[in-house]
Ligand binder design. Structure first.
Ligand code: HEM
Length: 410
């Protein structure tokens, strides 16, 4: 039993609120945790050091294991992330292709359409009475937004979501049903291929148009194009769902917060940053030491696995004054590591931040009241120590101008 055990054993209290575990891990410094056979890195400065040194700390095992090399004789190799698990020089070259579509200014241009999608979904809550704000909102928005930004037609979003869910469950999961995986992958690949074939040659804000142009320029094969789209879906969906859900949980459980944000909308962006800092949707990822190294004075032998905890770095009192508390006046509000750091820092961070801000703004605008029907300590969280977020948020909401059900006809 070590400090990390409650998380590795998925103790529901530790998974929901890992702050106590992280405090012990930071106090202890870098050490080897036998439960995950990895050196645990929990202090902010040490996490940054590892993330900035991609030459020593490879990304090939970011998700915890190294995927087997592609088998050239397999006509349908499993979809595998092109960015997340690659190192330079391939990583830098591939990333430059999609970077063009994810610059802050390109992403900012999507704001009116993202707001429209958020308004549509929030307004629909009014008809539902008691709602689950994960099922009825947080789980629905990200796929709509990713589809929009990719350039997937609205009529196809439902099946796109189904594929996305199945691919998320199966990427790199060689234990899943191989027949089903191949069926989903074939359907998804044919669909993306169709969209690429229909490309009219115009490069615009839609990510698919950038990918299609890269294919035409010989920078990507067709399989790589499909893998790129799958990676964006997998990396962008559950993370953003968890971020929206955690933000709503904070909004509904922090006394006075809704009123404060309503009275000064400039505080919404600092709130988004604080929700990312405190409830990082990805709490940690792995790296692989490619040479003998040292972190925080501790020797790390070549070949060791290293587990870097963004979630713990975000609560390091060396960096964050009054670190357990949500504060809207932090000078270093955006310096959290929820999006990682260095070469692999999240490519979708501008999109996730925009989406997070717009959803909160729409909720502030449309909601008369937000009443969570469970206290934070009773909310069920995803059983994972990597992904972090509530899986259900039962609530009663009342939209502005709507009549509560019991008053109708009275
Ligand atoms: C709140 C939402 C999000 C969070 C918290 C998040 C978090 C992260 C983190 C921590 C990494 C770094 C991985 C590493 O250190 O190895 C990452 C990478 C990545 N993210 Fe996000 N992400 C979010 C949303 C998105 C969105 C919306 C997209 C795209 C539509 C996206 C696409 C990616 C991709 C492709 C990578 C791999 C980048 C690379 O390896 O170069 N993410 N994300």
């Amino acid at each position: 039993m070590t400090a990390l055990s409650p998380l590795v054993e998925l103790d529901p209290d530790a998974v929901r609120d890992p702050a106590g575990v992280y405090e012990q891990l930071r106090e202890r410094g870098v050490h080897h945790a036998p439960e995950i056979d990895a050196f645990v890195v929990a202090r902010h400065d040490d996490v940054v050091r590892v993330l900035r040194d991609g030459r020593t700390f490879s990304s090939r095992n970011t998700v915890g294991r190294v995927l087997p090399p592609a088998d050239p004789s397999n006509p349908r190799p499993p979809l595998s992330p092109l960015l997340l698990l690659s190192d330079d020089p391939e990583h830098a070259q591939r990333r430059s292709i999609v970077n063009r579509a994810f610059t802050p200014s390109k992403i900012a241009a999507w704001e009116p359409q993202i707001r429209q999608v958020a308004e549509e979904h929030v307004d629909r809550l009014g008809d539902l009475g008691e709602v689950d704000l994960v099922r009825d909102l947080a789980a629905l928005l990200p796929i709509r937004v990713v589809s929009l930004v990719l350039g997937v037609p609205l009529r196809d979003v439902t099946r796109f979501r189904e594929w996305s869910e199945e691919i998320t469950a199966s990427v790199g999961n060689h234990g899943g049903d191989p027949v089903r995986r191949e069926q989903v992958q074939d359907a998804f690949s044919s669909y993306i291929s169709l969209l690429l074939d229909q490309w009219d040659g115009t490069v615009d804000a839609r990510v698919l148009s950038q990918i299609a142009a890269a294919e035409r320029a010989g920078e990507l094969t067709r399989t790589q194009c499909v893998s790129f789209v799958a990676e964006l879906l997998v990396a962008g969906n559950i993370t953003t769902t968890h971020h929206i859900a955690s933000s709503i949980a904070l909004l509904g459980s922090t006394p006075g917060l809704l009123d404060r944000l309503r009275s000064d909308p400039r505080l919404v962006q600092p709130f988004v940053e604080e929700s990312l800092r405190l409830e990082a949707p990805i709490q940690g990822f792995y790296r692989l030491a490619m040479a003998d190294a040292e972190i925080g004075g501790v020797p790390i032998p070549e070949g060791s696995r290293v587990f870097v905890l963004y979630g713990s770095a975000n609560r390091d009192p060396q960096v964050w004054e009054d670190c357990p508390h949500l504060r809207l006046d932090r000078p270093n509000a955006a310096a959290h590591l929820a999006f990682g750091k260095g070469a692999h820092a999240c490519i979708g961070s501008s999109l996730a931040r925009l989406e997070g801000r717009v959803v909160v703004e729409v909720l502030l605008d449309r909601l008369e009241t937000l009443e969570l029907l469970a206290v934070p300590a009773d909310l069920p969280y995803l059983a994972s120590f990597v992904n972090h977020g509530p899986v259900s948020l039962p609530a009663r909401v009342r939209l502005r101008g709507s009549v509560p059900a019991q008053e109708v006809g009275s």
